[in-house]
Write a protein that binds this ligand. Sequence first.
Ligand code: ADP
Ligand code: MG
Ligand code: MG
Length: 883
Amino acid sequence: TRYVYRFGGGVDDGGQGDRNLLGGKGANLDGMAAIGLPVPPGFTITTAMCTRYYEDGGVYPDSVKAEVATGLAHIEGITGKTFGNAADPLLVSVRSGARASMPGMMDTVLNLGLNDETVVGLASTSGDERFAWDSYRRFIQMYSDVVLELDHGAFEEALEIAKEDQGYTLDTEMTADDWKALVAEYKALVEKLWNKPFPQDVHDQLWGAISAVFGSWQSERAKVYRRLNNIPGEWGTAVNVQAMVFGNMGETSATGVAFTRDPSTGENVYYGEFLINAQGEDVVAGIRTPQYLTKAARERAGAKPLSMEEAMPETYAELAKVFQILETHYRDMQDIEFTVQQGKLWMLQTRSGKRTAKAALKMAVDMAHEGLITEEEAVARVDPAALDQLLHPTLDPKAPRDVLTKGLPASPGAASGLIVFDADTAERRNEMGDAVILVRVETSPEDIHGMHAAKGILTARGGMTSHAAVVARGMGRPCVSGAGGISIDNSAKILRVGGRELKEGDILTLDGSTGEVMAGEVPTVQPELAGDFGTLMVWADKVRRLKVRANAETPQDCKVAREFGAEGVGLCRTEHMFFDAARITAVREMILADSEKGRRVALDRLLPEQRDDFAQIFMVMAGLPVTIRLLDPPLHEFLPHAEAEFEEVAKAAGVGIEVLKRRANELHEFNPMLGHRGCRLGVTYPEIYEMQARAIFEAALIVKQRGGEAPIPEVMIPLVATRKELELMKAIVDRVATEVFAEQGDSVEYLVGTMIELPRAALKAGEIAEVGEFFSFGTNDLTQTTIGISRDDAGRFLTQYVDKGIFARDPFVSIDVEGVGELIQLAAERGRKTRPGIKLGICGEHGGDPASIAFCEATGLDYVSASPYRVPIARLAAAQAAL
Ligand code: ADP
Ligand code: MG
Ligand code: MG
């Protein structure tokens, strides 16, 4: 097997780049070299080698050693420099690069190949001693951190002290001699911390770095990132070894990162940051404040330091040309890393850029309008899950704001929450149900779990491309970065801003779209659904086959659902209507009654209320199907607990408290979720379902008679296991329908069907379909009952199940296609055999999950039903599934 692929200088072994093998970075370096862009020569060691590295316990086959030597020779041939040569040394970078981009998650080593001898050669060939020693100290620091895993704080401290001693504030003030002295200190530090001198053999350095990159694939932070982003552990990373180019060779040198369009707003303008006389990691690390790329951006921000467009007009023009070439070539917005060495532009990376949901939407629609991509590609481009961000409220522009300070608008959206100062606390408070805002000086990959747990992120330092900004945008968390006006006292847990002090637990509001940081909570407003969003939805609806309904049980939810394009209600749970303060006493009276007569008295009081509920929903959903599930939960959920509640029921029912309490005791169940619930309630207390059916049909006729378009009620019987259960329940519903229609001299169309949420029902779907006119897969319960895992208790162990690869994803979030999915397929098949054209849908959390929707499409269901806010996500996911 071949493990090494060369690129640059007219060679591209990888062809157009197989990203699975070469990783994203390697494939695109190869791709850029292939289309003639200036890429420093190098080679990629494949992801297959990473897998083998772990299989073989960290040893390399001889063939790979030879291939790497050939790769080095390739670089040497093009650069004319020799690795380890004291007179004119070749320096390389060793860079990780997985299939999916994992920004900042894995390690990179720059300036590799420097030692006590080659640094002298570098000084003389470059004619710049300061540059050579600056590079050497950077190398020792990075290598010690990444490869030797020594405490990087010690190195940073040594640099700080060196600057202080000289009275400097900036790294740029350090002279050649200062760097030289620091290198000596660094080497002493390495000996002290590592008990061995800093490796002088350049080949040892190289293999050490290669192994560190492979090793970083299994680092804790990489694992967390993979888990959050659903990246499989077996993919592995590639390693890229590439000739160094130097952005730290004086005022005509620079390094930068850029996006071909604005990744925050999606606007078609170049966007980026650069630093003169610096190396790559300086921009991201936020050590110095970067300068703007374009003049327009600089002017808009009112910043002084010249933009690249102004400071280096020729190189900038060349870069702009490269932007065009790359966008056309990759047909997408690109995120680019570049370096300018003494006026010459070098491309170091390109990839499809991460973007906010808003930007993804705008870019997809713009690019389709520009003709760069098709409408269908535009539909495929937008991550349905990311749409979520656009569908949530933003700050009410008219609400008063107590603005504390303003930082950079690093990731859009608004959030309020309690201040926390570290990632662990963020995670803990989030688990306790608190909304938190994570406040940090700057974030690093170790903070990632806290960023995930937080509703918003605020940093004191760092630019628009800082770690915090990039990660927050990827996660869809609002983020304000570089809020220079705040100071954070981590030990006292105090945030100081403009003479005010905020403590941990105080409420803070962030507006990631403006950069504003506010004290207290600010009210929010609903998002705008016209414009690009509307356009994309129209395109999505053109290709989608699956219908999309909403799970909604209030007129308000139904309105939101319709605005979001729901084509019906897939699940209207009736029990929530019973919890209403005004009704709960009647409900309790009904439950605690010990005779049918007593129950009917209470039910008679509930009927008008329930009828009114349905009438309001039917008005909103005029002409559309509304699936109403008859009462489902175990009765004990409605039981009174407090003494006062018992008293109230006792008064209403005219019985003694002791009687009620005894009755409540009788209703106690050991395992209520498998107990007296669902259609078992209808079997034992048919009068309950009778009342509900009557409410449904009377409400439907009210709406019809008011001149509204008649709704199409679909009466759904929950938790059916056998045909006979459904038969009995359907008989009740049909009888009541006949009665009501006779009373009113009018009728509406309706269906009676069932939820498939027990394995037995799925297996016996053929028989059940003889009675039921539709199936709705209740995948929450079906998952619980199929796997035998209680959703309410699974939190304690499910993460481990996912970590250990037992489940690829949480089966309550994304359908367990192999197991639960097979039951669904089987039930669909058997149901259709008895009743061709039987209406099939899915309700439950999975109805809004894109992967589950793809499964529903593949299974040929008729519709999915999701919560109102997820309806657009489901529409888009359904379209993508159909493409
Ligand atoms: P990451 O995946 O974290 O972005 P990279 O491998 O892209 O890591 O390296 C980070 C930065 O290091 C790059 O953006 C670039 O500025 C710098 N860099 C990497 N390789 C080279 C090189 N051969 N010459 C100059 N700078 C480099
Ligand atoms: Mg990079
Ligand atoms: Mg259920």
